[in-house]
Design a binder for this molecule. Structure first.
Ligand code: HEM
Length: 449
């Protein structure tokens, strides 16, 4: 007989737990690890089920995935931006959409993008000069946006759309967080300054994407890229997507592919600037494997420390710090009854900092990912790319891009903080670093700084 899910204490009238969650989302989620594997939350009249341990999370995402579909507050907020694209669509639409998208992310395709990815990093870092203080998030965003607009949406309008998105995204991400934590549409339709800013940013982005579609329909698409493939439709069913379907897919690729990798790189640069030991080991590996020459796709397997470093960054600071689903039927999760229609929330951030699974969870230790140290519980608790059928399609794409960018930047530059102060995560729609700036010092490969 499944147990009834207990609702967490500390609700206040109307808001439920929303204000506590909005006040300190990361602390709130981490504190619930001591509770049952599934606990109840109330967000402005909406009942949610928070999953607090990795086994229960895997049941929702993998083992019992047929019982859960995309939905819940995080996905509903994402839909405001990406509509019914591949990230947010339900299982039935996903069966049609995934085969169209998947080939663009195959290893062989990604290998073919590697040179372009490295060129984009060089282009984004070309203006850098010795002693310059630079805005880390803006720089990594530029790298990631260039890559997507040269590989997946490779037309001039694709580049413009990525630029518009770069300008509009901070507003949009700031606006999505309250929409996620307060799932009451009327609140976000009030004519407040914040709501108007959000609507304006979305309108700017929509206009840029309409332009991309017009260019591709007029025949100036790249023919080989992901967007051309999406627009060609599905041969088997004869389905050709209309403009609104295409719009949702472009938004999905831009939203999923740019900000996530940009955020991973921004965290990585901040950590390097604060961790001389990590920096020394990274340089030692790059110098030994590359000897000062540019990194290529074939080098990636010879950079295991670099990969462990990026994985450890994703453990501590998963850009997608919340996942959400909706139960399509009544389901028992680890002995707890989740009713049909319930929203379910999982936090990779909280699970990946569980001290019972990751000793010294706040410590930055890339070597915990050495095969001889890694436990199956740790592997299962690492959900930075999600799990199951809806696991990230762009994982290899993103990790390849991040490795090439890290090797290229760390080969030429030493990054330094511009003042004291801890590295603080800023939970927006994605998790971004609060500190913005670092200083650049040229580095000669072979010299240990
Ligand atoms: C390294 C950075 C990245 C991280 C941490 C990341 C994380 C994630 C996560 C957690 C999901 C699953 C969401 C859920 O279960 O609700 C996801 C899905 C997805 N990601 Fe990524 N992602 C990254 C990079 C990318 C890139 C570079 C692309 C494309 C260019 C991409 C495209 C996608 C797509 C298309 C999906 C939807 C998959 C599906 O539902 O079939 N991601 N990502």
């Amino acid at each position: 007989m499944p147990q009834t899910v207990r609702t967490l204490p500390g609700q206040i009238p109307v808001a439920g737990h929303a204000t506590r969650l909005a006040w300190d989302p990361l602390g709130f989620l981490e504190r619930q690890r001591e509770c049952d594997p599934v606990v109840g939350l109330r967000l402005v009249g909406r009942d949610c089920y928070l999953v607090t341990d990795a086994e229960a999370a895997l049941r929702v995402l993998v083992v019992q995935q047929e019982c859960f579909d995309k939905g819940g507050p995080f996905m509903d907020a994402a839909r405001l931006l990406v509509g019914n694209g591949v990230i947010t669509c339900n299982a039935a639409d996903h069966r049609m959409q995934r085969p169209v998208m998947k080939p663009a992310f195959h290893r062989s395709r990604v290998a073919g993008y590697a040179d372009v990815m490295r060129q984009c990093v060089l282009e984004a870092t070309a203006p850098w000069t010795a002693g310059q203080v630079f805005d880390v998030s803006a720089a990594t965003y530029r790298m990631a946006a260039l890559v997507v607009s040269r590989t997946l949406v490779a037309s001039p309008a694709g580049k413009q759309a990525a630029d518009v998105m770069a300008a509009a995204l901070p507003q949009l991400l700031r606006g999505l967080l309250p929409r996620m934590l307060i799932p009451a549409a009327w609140v976000h339709r009030l004519p407040t300054r914040a709501n108007r800013r959000f609507d304006r940013a979305r309108a700017r982005l929509d206009a840029a994407i309409t332009e991309v579609i017009a260019q591709y329909r007029a025949g100036s698409g790249d023919e080989q890229d992901l967007l051309s493939r999406i627009m060609a439709g599905d041969e088997e069913s004869g389905h050709r997507p209309d403009d609104s379907e295409v719009r949702d897919q472009i938004m999905s690729v831009l939203a999923a592919g740019v900000e996530t990798t940009a955020s991973l790189l921004a965290w990585t640069f901040h950590i390097l600037a604060r961790s001389p030991d990590v920096e020394r080991r990274l340089w030692a590996e790059l110098d030994a494997s590359l000897g000062g020459r540019p990194v290529t796709f074939d080098d990636l397997t010879a950079l295991p420390y670099t990969k462990r470093l990026l994985t450890e960054v994703l453990r501590l600071y998963p850009p997608t710090w919340l996942l959400s689903r909706v139960a399509v039927k009544r389901t028992d999760v680890c002995g707890f009854a989740v009713p049909q229609g319930a929203d379910v929330i999982i936090s990779p951030y909280a699970l990946q900092r569980n001290p019972d699974v990751f000793p010294d969870p706040a410590g930055f230790d890339p070597d915990r990912w050495l095969p001889e140290r890694l436990t199956s519980r740790q592997r299962q608790s690492f959900l930075a790319f999600g799990a199951g059928r809806r696991r990230c399609m762009g994982e290899f794409f993103g990790m390849t891009q991040a490795t090439l960018a890290l090797a290229t930047v760390a080969g030429d530059w030493q990054l330094r903080t511009t003042g004291p102060g801890p590295l603080r995560p800023l939970p927006r729609f994605l998790l971004t670093p609060a500190g913005q700036h670092l200083q650049l010092h040229p580095r000669v490969p072979g010299e240990q700084g």
